[in-house]
Design a protein around this ligand. Sequence first.
Ligand SMILES: [Zn+2]
Length: 305
Amino acid sequence: MTDIPLNLDVALGVTIPARNARGRAVRLGASIDSILANHSYPPVIETLLAEALALTALLGSLLKDAQGQMTLQAQTENGIVDLLVCDYLNGELRGYVRHDAERLAEAGPAPSLFALFGKGYLAITFDQAATKERYQGIVPLEGDSLGQAAQSYFTQSEQIPSIVRLAAAKGDSGWTAGGIMFQHLPEGEEGRERIHTKLDHPEWAHVAVLAGSAKDEELLDRGLPLDELIWRLFHEEGEVRILPAVALSRGCRCDPAYVRSVIARFPPEERAQMVGEDGFIRVDCAFCATDFPISLEEVSGPASG
Ligand SMILES: [Zn+2]
């Protein structure tokens, strides 16, 4: 019943009941372009962030709570990339990367995940708005790709056998990023008692092989709607249920009014020290690389002091 186009800037959920598997497929286009447009990252970092945003969309769209938030954070002590943050709220994505441009230039055109992060960690946080519950899992950032790191996050930290594939590339029509993720949930989607889940479950092995056969070209093919991609991978299954699609877009939640209210809480002397040469306090949002000029008058509040 969905009227959301299934080619770009969309996440699609899938279940394969007979295999106790659930999955997600995502493809991003304009949303990636508009996130990257606010930064001027080198190609390696753009590709990394595009893949991270595809992963964020895969994970975020798992949230049942529409106001729930998912945050993906990769960080290291002394990697070329010291911080990568992406988040998801109600179909909106944003993200940024902090990196050392000089060391990156020395690392060549296609550095490995390890070359970028060194000994790093991947943290995935789900905040449920309805219940105010927060759940965070952290795993070492291992493997050749962000997809593999996410896969080991679920397999090790969550004890959920999972397969994750991510791809991103820039073409004539801009950036495309795509991903699929499938998980084995023999105990159903609820509950966390999955320690005894066998990784070699035959019904799961089959799903993992089929999902793993997705090629980068297919993940990135803007002409291939996600339901057709799923069908291509799983057409021999007896029943594949396609769930409602979720439209995805770039969205930053930085809020000038909120920033002003924070600054207004500083003592007047400290506020005065924040003013730059142009006469404004400048506060910038790392996610969208936008800065807000705030004048002292705006934040001096009633009868300050
Ligand atoms: Zn922002």
